[in-house]
Write a protein that binds this ligand. Structure first.
Ligand SMILES: [Zn+2]
Ligand SMILES: [Zn+2]
Length: 153
């Protein structure tokens, strides 16, 4: 496949992922609302060791997500665009923001999480599975486990 490419609003941060997304979803939790500056965040999960940052500089902060796990969110140090996030205690996958992708057309979300926190002024995607709070473990972990089990090298 062609690498997934993306970057920030000012153009300094550029990345590519040579793996395609393992999991794709929309999250309406308060933390994602704050971090995105909007009603929700839209993310694709890729294997972290397949992501390369090509240019630019990112800053990060750590936040305890509503799941209770510490999440590290990374953003461009110049323009502040949210780029990615990962769990430092288990840095296997990295979430890339859909807004940062060059080709947002690849986004096909399967689930919407924390719909209990969703803003009333934005409609839901018609085809997603709606989860009231955080995802059941298997929603996120099963595709990731399957990927690493099948992967060679
Ligand atoms: Zn930037
Ligand atoms: Zn969230």
């Amino acid at each position: 496949m062609n690498p997934l490419r993306g970057g920030c609003a000012c153009g300094q941060v550029r990345y590519e992922s040579t793996a395609k997304p393992l999991v794709q979803f929309i999250c309406h939790c308060r933390d994602c609302q704050r971090a995105s500056g909007s009603a929700f965040s839209a993310s694709v999960f890729v294997p972290r060791d397949r992501v390369t940052y090509l240019s630019g500089q990112m800053h990060h902060y750590d936040v305890k997500a509503e799941s209770g796990r510490e999440l590290r969110r990374q953003f461009c140090s110049t323009c502040g665009s949210p780029i990615s996030a990962y769990w430092p205690e288990s840095p296997v996958v990295e979430m890339l923001t859909v807004a940062s992708l060059d080709d947002q057309g690849i986004f096909t979300p399967t689930h919407e999480l924390w719909v209990s926190r969703a803003e009333a002024w934005h409609p839901f995607h018609p085809d997603t599975i709606k989860v009231p709070e955080g995802p059941a473990e298997e929603v996120v972990r099963a595709p990731i486990r399957a990927y690493f089990a099948a992967r060679q090298g």
